[in-house]
Design a protein. Structure first.
Length: 292
């Protein structure tokens, strides 16, 4: 029980807190709206990557991607588990899928209903394939020739929330000693004509693509996992990253064809600080809190 009588200064302070909190919440809400308006009107490119956070505050966060995977410093939760392909439901898409290969000036992407990835908090729908040359992630300080991202979003998520990206490193086939999925890259125009900036090429109606089969060796193999962000603005830190350890091959002519569309500074974001984040080997999560 408390004594009745005159309110103490402490009591007055407490009584004023809710009003102050409301004003604070209102200001925060207005600030968030202003940030979103600023981001919506801002234009970004890879020549100004160091200034992204001026317009997109999240790009200056502590959980940014891509990162350099140092194989001598891998963390462990429960130890390596099963391959991702046991959680994937990818199947053939097409014919008559209406595939559109788009160049938005920052990357090449191909949208499609590729299938699902089952993670501890639900099903993630594979929505698009995005290409970067050279790779964005590095392994022991070395970039690959390129990297393909299979971008998923949890079925109940919206905006930039609930994302999972499977990254497949693309290496020079002459170094790997295997040609890689030449037919896949041919279909997209890597050996002939790729879409130029702001152009969309419609693939032929008879195109059938099954990324589960095309990249079966990669998806059946080990992977590195960590929590990170989108590698382009707004750099939202809402991504479960799965970087496959088995690369896929591509020939130099195809790489050069892509690079001719994205000359220096190319279309890969520089490596970001890990900031003590754990990277695990073939484990779905880095902690019990990741999917809580």
């Amino acid at each position: 029980m408390t004594k009745k009588g005159k309110s103490s200064e402490s009591d007055k302070s407490k009584e004023g807190t809710p009003a102050k909190k409301k004003r604070s919440d209102k200001k925060k809400g207005e600030s968030d709206k202003n940030d979103k308006k600023k981001e919506a009107s801002a234009k970004w490119n890879y020549a100004s990557v160091q200034h992204w956070e001026d317009d997109y505050s999240k790009c200056g966060g502590k959980k940014q991607s891509p990162v350099d995977v140092k194989t001598s410093k891998i963390d462990k939760v429960n130890g390596p588990g099963s391959a991702l392909n046991e959680r994937l439901s990818y199947g053939p898409v097409g014919p008559n899928a209406g595939f559109q290969f788009e160049n938005n000036g920052q990357s090449l992407s191909l949208e499609g209903n590729w299938g699902t990835l089952r993670l501890p908090d639900g099903d993630y729908i594979a929505k698009s394939l995005v290409f970067h040359f050279p790779s964005e992630h590095a392994v022991d300080g070395v970039l690959a020739a390129g990297e393909m991202h299979i971008v998923h979003q949890r079925s109940d998520a919206t905006g930039d929330d609930g994302l999972a990206v499977i990254g497949i490193l693309i290496r020079d086939s002459s170094v790997l000693g295997q040609a890689g999925p030449v037919g896949f890259f041919d279909r997209l125009g890597f050996s002939s004509r790729l879409p130029v900036e702001d152009e969309t090429i419609i693939l032929s109606a008879d195109t059938i693509l099954d990324i589960g089969a095309i990249f079966a060796p990669q998806l059946a193999g080990p992977y590195w996992h960590y929590e990170g962000s989108l590698t382009t603005p707004p750099c939202s830190e809402t991504v479960h990253w799965y970087l496959m350890q088995t690369p896929v091959g591509i020939n130099k002519a195809m790489v050069n064809n892509f690079k001719s569309l994205f000359p220096s500074p190319a279309n890969n974001r520089p490596i970001q600080e890990l900031n003590e984040r754990p990277i695990v080997n073939t484990e779905l999560s880095v902690s019990s809190k990741e999917f809580a």
